[in-house]
Unconditional design. Structure first.
Length: 185
Protein backbone atom coordinates (compact mmCIF):
# COMPACT_ATOMS: atom_id res chain seq x y z
CA UNK A 1 0.00 0.00 0.00
CA UNK A 2 1.26 3.43 -0.81
CA UNK A 3 0.67 6.41 1.42
CA UNK A 4 0.91 9.83 -0.11
CA UNK A 5 1.54 13.12 1.60
CA UNK A 6 -1.03 14.50 3.99
CA UNK A 7 -1.06 17.60 1.87
CA UNK A 8 -2.59 17.40 -1.62
CA UNK A 9 -0.80 19.77 -3.95
CA UNK A 10 0.93 21.43 -0.99
CA UNK A 11 -2.35 22.50 0.66
CA UNK A 12 -4.39 21.12 3.55
CA UNK A 13 -4.68 17.45 4.56
CA UNK A 14 -6.77 15.18 2.34
CA UNK A 15 -10.51 15.31 3.01
CA UNK A 16 -13.50 13.22 1.98
CA UNK A 17 -14.35 15.97 -0.52
CA UNK A 18 -11.08 15.17 -2.30
CA UNK A 19 -12.29 11.59 -2.89
CA UNK A 20 -15.37 12.88 -4.69
CA UNK A 21 -13.15 14.58 -7.29
CA UNK A 22 -10.72 11.68 -7.76
CA UNK A 23 -11.23 9.78 -11.03
CA UNK A 24 -11.66 6.00 -10.84
CA UNK A 25 -8.27 4.54 -11.73
CA UNK A 26 -8.94 0.98 -10.56
CA UNK A 27 -7.08 1.49 -7.30
CA UNK A 28 -8.48 1.74 -3.80
CA UNK A 29 -8.36 5.22 -2.22
CA UNK A 30 -8.81 5.55 1.53
CA UNK A 31 -8.38 8.52 3.87
CA UNK A 32 -7.51 8.19 7.53
CA UNK A 33 -6.98 11.39 9.49
CA UNK A 34 -5.92 13.45 6.46
CA UNK A 35 -3.59 10.82 4.98
CA UNK A 36 -4.45 9.32 1.59
CA UNK A 37 -3.72 5.61 1.13
CA UNK A 38 -3.76 4.18 -2.39
CA UNK A 39 -3.42 0.45 -2.99
CA UNK A 40 -3.16 -1.57 -6.20
CA UNK A 41 -5.79 -3.98 -7.46
CA UNK A 42 -5.79 -7.26 -5.48
CA UNK A 43 -4.53 -10.62 -6.78
CA UNK A 44 -6.33 -13.86 -7.60
CA UNK A 45 -6.22 -15.50 -4.13
CA UNK A 46 -7.55 -12.30 -2.62
CA UNK A 47 -10.42 -12.08 -5.08
CA UNK A 48 -11.21 -15.80 -4.80
CA UNK A 49 -11.39 -15.49 -1.00
CA UNK A 50 -13.64 -12.45 -1.33
CA UNK A 51 -16.01 -14.31 -3.65
CA UNK A 52 -16.10 -17.47 -1.48
CA UNK A 53 -16.68 -15.52 1.73
CA UNK A 54 -19.42 -13.40 0.16
CA UNK A 55 -21.10 -16.58 -1.13
CA UNK A 56 -20.80 -18.28 2.26
CA UNK A 57 -22.40 -15.32 4.03
CA UNK A 58 -25.07 -14.74 1.40
CA UNK A 59 -26.29 -18.35 1.48
CA UNK A 60 -27.16 -18.18 5.19
CA UNK A 61 -28.00 -14.48 5.46
CA UNK A 62 -31.35 -13.89 7.15
CA UNK A 63 -33.79 -11.33 5.77
CA UNK A 64 -32.64 -7.83 6.59
CA UNK A 65 -28.83 -7.57 6.55
CA UNK A 66 -27.09 -7.12 3.21
CA UNK A 67 -23.79 -8.77 2.23
CA UNK A 68 -21.81 -6.37 0.08
CA UNK A 69 -18.42 -7.21 -1.45
CA UNK A 70 -16.16 -4.20 -1.64
CA UNK A 71 -14.78 -1.95 -2.24
CA UNK A 72 -17.66 -0.03 -0.72
CA UNK A 73 -17.10 3.06 1.39
CA UNK A 74 -17.26 2.95 5.17
CA UNK A 75 -17.12 6.36 6.90
CA UNK A 76 -16.64 5.85 10.63
CA UNK A 77 -16.06 9.61 11.07
CA UNK A 78 -16.13 12.77 8.96
CA UNK A 79 -12.35 12.49 8.51
CA UNK A 80 -12.11 8.81 7.67
CA UNK A 81 -13.07 6.89 4.56
CA UNK A 82 -12.23 3.21 4.27
CA UNK A 83 -13.04 0.62 1.64
CA UNK A 84 -13.16 -2.81 3.28
CA UNK A 85 -13.12 -5.92 1.14
CA UNK A 86 -16.52 -7.05 2.39
CA UNK A 87 -19.24 -5.59 4.59
CA UNK A 88 -22.49 -6.73 6.09
CA UNK A 89 -24.87 -3.81 6.30
CA UNK A 90 -27.70 -3.33 8.75
CA UNK A 91 -31.23 -3.50 7.35
CA UNK A 92 -31.76 0.14 8.36
CA UNK A 93 -28.62 1.32 6.52
CA UNK A 94 -30.33 3.20 3.68
CA UNK A 95 -27.53 5.46 2.42
CA UNK A 96 -26.70 4.35 -1.15
CA UNK A 97 -23.27 6.05 -1.22
CA UNK A 98 -21.56 4.75 1.94
CA UNK A 99 -22.16 3.20 5.35
CA UNK A 100 -21.31 4.59 8.74
CA UNK A 101 -22.39 1.62 10.87
CA UNK A 102 -21.81 -1.83 9.32
CA UNK A 103 -22.53 -5.03 11.23
CA UNK A 104 -19.33 -6.70 9.95
CA UNK A 105 -16.23 -5.58 8.10
CA UNK A 106 -13.81 -8.04 6.48
CA UNK A 107 -10.33 -7.25 5.25
CA UNK A 108 -8.46 -9.77 3.11
CA UNK A 109 -4.73 -9.32 3.48
CA UNK A 110 -2.63 -8.57 0.42
CA UNK A 111 1.12 -7.99 0.65
CA UNK A 112 0.58 -4.28 -0.04
CA UNK A 113 -2.11 -3.88 2.66
CA UNK A 114 -0.80 -6.14 5.43
CA UNK A 115 0.39 -3.54 7.95
CA UNK A 116 -2.53 -1.18 7.33
CA UNK A 117 -5.16 -3.93 7.72
CA UNK A 118 -3.57 -5.58 10.76
CA UNK A 119 -2.74 -2.45 12.71
CA UNK A 120 -4.04 0.91 11.50
CA UNK A 121 -7.47 -0.24 10.35
CA UNK A 122 -7.86 -2.46 13.40
CA UNK A 123 -7.44 0.61 15.62
CA UNK A 124 -9.75 2.73 13.45
CA UNK A 125 -12.46 0.05 13.60
CA UNK A 126 -12.03 -0.31 17.36
CA UNK A 127 -12.29 3.47 17.89
CA UNK A 128 -15.46 3.47 15.76
CA UNK A 129 -16.99 0.76 17.96
CA UNK A 130 -17.29 -1.73 15.09
CA UNK A 131 -18.76 -4.86 16.67
CA UNK A 132 -17.24 -7.47 14.37
CA UNK A 133 -14.07 -7.32 12.25
CA UNK A 134 -12.60 -10.32 10.42
CA UNK A 135 -9.16 -10.49 8.82
CA UNK A 136 -8.35 -13.25 6.36
CA UNK A 137 -4.80 -14.06 5.27
CA UNK A 138 -5.04 -16.15 2.05
CA UNK A 139 -1.38 -17.21 1.96
CA UNK A 140 -1.45 -18.62 5.50
CA UNK A 141 -5.14 -19.69 5.48
CA UNK A 142 -5.69 -17.79 8.74
CA UNK A 143 -8.94 -16.13 9.73
CA UNK A 144 -8.67 -13.73 12.66
CA UNK A 145 -11.99 -12.81 14.26
CA UNK A 146 -12.21 -9.67 16.36
CA UNK A 147 -15.39 -9.03 18.33
CA UNK A 148 -16.01 -6.05 20.56
CA UNK A 149 -16.17 -6.86 24.27
CA UNK A 150 -15.86 -4.19 26.97
CA UNK A 151 -14.57 -1.62 24.47
CA UNK A 152 -11.74 -3.94 23.36
CA UNK A 153 -11.46 -6.61 20.69
CA UNK A 154 -11.53 -10.22 21.81
CA UNK A 155 -9.44 -12.09 19.26
CA UNK A 156 -9.83 -15.65 18.01
CA UNK A 157 -7.83 -17.30 15.24
CA UNK A 158 -8.85 -20.14 12.94
CA UNK A 159 -6.46 -21.87 10.52
CA UNK A 160 -6.69 -24.33 7.67
CA UNK A 161 -9.63 -26.71 8.07
CA UNK A 162 -10.73 -25.37 11.47
CA UNK A 163 -14.38 -24.36 11.51
CA UNK A 164 -15.32 -20.92 12.78
CA UNK A 165 -18.89 -20.94 14.11
CA UNK A 166 -19.82 -17.28 13.84
CA UNK A 167 -22.74 -15.75 15.70
CA UNK A 168 -22.09 -12.17 14.51
CA UNK A 169 -23.54 -10.71 12.41
CA UNK A 170 -25.60 -13.91 12.06
CA UNK A 171 -24.86 -17.65 12.41
CA UNK A 172 -22.51 -18.97 9.71
CA UNK A 173 -19.69 -21.51 9.45
CA UNK A 174 -16.44 -20.38 7.86
CA UNK A 175 -13.51 -22.70 7.05
CA UNK A 176 -10.37 -20.73 6.09
CA UNK A 177 -8.99 -23.41 3.74
CA UNK A 178 -12.20 -23.36 1.70
CA UNK A 179 -11.89 -19.65 0.96
CA UNK A 180 -9.02 -20.01 -1.51
CA UNK A 181 -9.95 -23.24 -3.28
CA UNK A 182 -10.51 -22.76 -6.99
CA UNK A 183 -13.69 -24.86 -6.80
CA UNK A 184 -16.00 -25.60 -3.94
CA UNK A 185 -16.77 -29.27 -3.25
Amino acid sequence: MYATSTEPYGADPFTLAYLETTPDNGKRHEIIDGVLFVSPAPGRDHQRALLRLAQTLEIVRPDGPEVLPGPYEYRPTDERSLQPDLLVLSPDDANPAYTDNPLLVVEIISPSTRLIDLHLKRNVYLEAGLTSYWIFEPEALVLTVLELENEQYAERTFTGDEVFEATLPFPVQVVPAELTRSRLA
